[in-house]
Ligand binder design. Structure first.
Ligand code: MSP
Length: 500
């Protein structure tokens, strides 16, 4: 039995086109999903779009479209963006799909039957961009939303409430029994701080809005968009439609941004506990990728389209930058200079140069046939520690550390070639031994780097004469020193990453 690994991204609001901020989490998820497939786990990687609520309704109004028409136009743009970025998601959920509506209603009903959803009157200040009520203490001066810095709206309506206030102890107990469920640790502490700070009931329905899923027991109310949205993680794998499938995958591991900790780490496990469902298996919380020190958003007008960047540095060049240049959990700053700098140093000068010089020397000194590595190669130790560091980095959801470890093997191999200078030596056993070692290191690099650079690594794999797909390799065995067979043709080809 292979173990299931169910991974999710947040589902993105369709009031805007996909931007770099969305691509950030989706690429990290993709690399993680690919890594876990290499580990032989049964991976299910889910992403999708969040299509209900006031924010979308207003965006559709502004565009002169019905919300359905509007979302039908934007959702495919997300699918297309992910296709172009090489995202290997196994499913894509839209909250306007029938399977989702059925599951949301079942979840609402389960919480209602448990007595945790009750009718009440609500009056308060609401930020439409957050789809969230704020207390006066939380608002900035002039009644501005602390995240969007825009004026909140005053709402007064009869709402159903989820009795979150009853869950403080249960949540604290659950987290105490599951240490490390949220990574990085300081983000976990933020979540615990929110719970310890006291929990307010939150409204789970609206009567002022049409664009949503009706409550099964009182259909003049539609479900609050966050209740609806969070449920995607269970409805996508069969909750409400296919119980057996649901049990096969749930619980999930969630990738989220730091701005949605409250919803994911407080509301969501409480909703699940209420409905008698196990909380998630884990959360990894990322910071923001800032542009000029600001969070990218339609409102700030600093939106970077990832698809423009792949024209400059290729899909893998862009993916590598996103993964290698930020420390997951903390904010990162996107700069074009940083993108080109990483591309030139790590990809063109390190990986690209290694393949090119290996293929050149094998062409000139070994008749284009790759020799086998030595079992006691001086590079074997570098390879073993690269594997260990890479595995630890991905396990801790620290892509930059994983890649740093992989790149340590690339650097060690380049240094090994420079020390031995096989290009100056006469063909013979010594050159063969050095080149066999370098090819074996490249084989291991191609596997370890493939979650970040899937298509480049497949090219490396083929150029060094290996059959089949690099994604079909299985770790840890495939990373053990010595599997490069030798006797296969090595092809030079065009530069992997032409210098910019
Ligand atoms: N629809 C909700 C999530 C519902 S999940 C059940 C939502 N959507 S969003 O499109 O506004 O943002 C989705 C995620 O993208 C959030 O985690 C947010 O942090 C992340 N990002 C949006 N802009 C970002 C950056 N500039 N940088 C990194 N991530 C950011 O919230």
């Amino acid at each position: 039995m292979t173990s299931p690994y169910y991974l999710t991204t947040p589902i993105y609001y369709v009031n805007a086109k996909p931007h770099l901020g969305h691509a950030y989490t989706t690429i990290i998820g993709d690399a993680l999903a690919r890594w876990h497939r290499l580990l032989g786990e049964d991976v299910h990687y889910l992403t999708g779009t969040d299509e209900h609520g006031l924010k979308i309704q207003q965006a559709a109004d502004a565009a002169g479209k019905t919300p359905q028409q509007f979302t039908d136009e934007i959702a495919p743009q997300f699918q297309e963006a992910w296709r172009r970025l090489g995202i290997s998601n196994d499913d894509f959920i839209r909250t306007t799909e029938a399977r989702h509506k059925v599951g949301v209603q079942q979840l609402l009903q389960a919480c209602y039957d448990a007595g945790d959803i009750e009718l009440d009157v609500y009056a308060g200040k609401y930020c439409v961009a957050c789809e969230e009520y704020y207390s006066d203490e939380e608002l900035l001066e002039g009644d501005l939303c602390p995240i969007h810095k825009r004026t909140v709206e005053y709402f007064e309506e009869e709402n159903y409430f989820f009795r979150l206030s009853r869950f403080q102890d249960r949540l604290l107990d659950w987290y105490a029994a599951h240490p490390g469920a949220i990574v990085p640790e300081f983000r976990g502490n933020e979540a615990l701080g929110l719970i310890r700070g006291g929990l307010r009931d939150f409204s789970v329905s609206r009567t002022s809005l049409q664009w949503g899923i009706p409550l099964p027991w009182d259909p003049k109310h539609v479900a609050y968009v966050w209740f609806d949205a969070l449920a995607n993680y269970i409805t996508a794998v069969g909750y409400g439609t296919d119980q057996e499938r649901f049990e096969q995958w749930w619980p999930a591991r969630h990738l989220i941004g730091k701005d949605i900790i409250r919803h994911h780490c407080v509301y969501w496990p409480a909703m699940l506990l209420s409905a008698g469902i196990e909380p998630p298996a884990g959360w990894a919380v990322g910071g923001w990728l800032l542009v000029g020190g600001e969070k990218m958003s339609k409102t700030s007008g600093n939106v970077v389209n990832p698809l423009d960047l792949i024209d400059d540095v290729g899909v893998d060049g862009f993916r590598y930058y996103v993964l290698a240049d930020t420390t997951y959990g903390h904010d990162g700053d996107f700069t074009y200079e940083g993108l080109i700098g990483r591309y030139n140093s790590d990809l063109a000068n390190n990986l690209g140069n290694l393949l090119s010089r290996v293929a050149t020397v094998v062409g000139k000194k070994c008749d284009g046939v790759g020799p086998a590595p030595r079992t006691d190669s001086p590079l074997a130790e570098a390879a073993a520690s690269a594997w260990e560091g890479t595995a630890t980095g991905w396990a801790e959801v620290q892509p930059n550390r994983a890649l740093e470890a992989t790149w340590s093997l690339i650097r060690a191999t380049n240094a090994y070639l420079e020390a031995n200078e096989p290009w100056k030596a006469e063909p013979g056993a010594e050159v063969d031994a050095v080149m066999g070692d370098a090819l074996e290191a490249l084989r291991i690099v191609a596997i370890l780097a493939s979650p970040a650079l899937p298509s480049t690594c497949q090219t490396v794999w083929e150029r060094i004469g290996l059959p089949g797909r690099v994604s079909d390799q299985r770790l840890p065995d495939a990373a053990a020193w010595g599997a490069y067979p030798g006797g296969v043709s090595v092809v030079k080809g065009d530069p992997l990453f032409p210098r910019k």
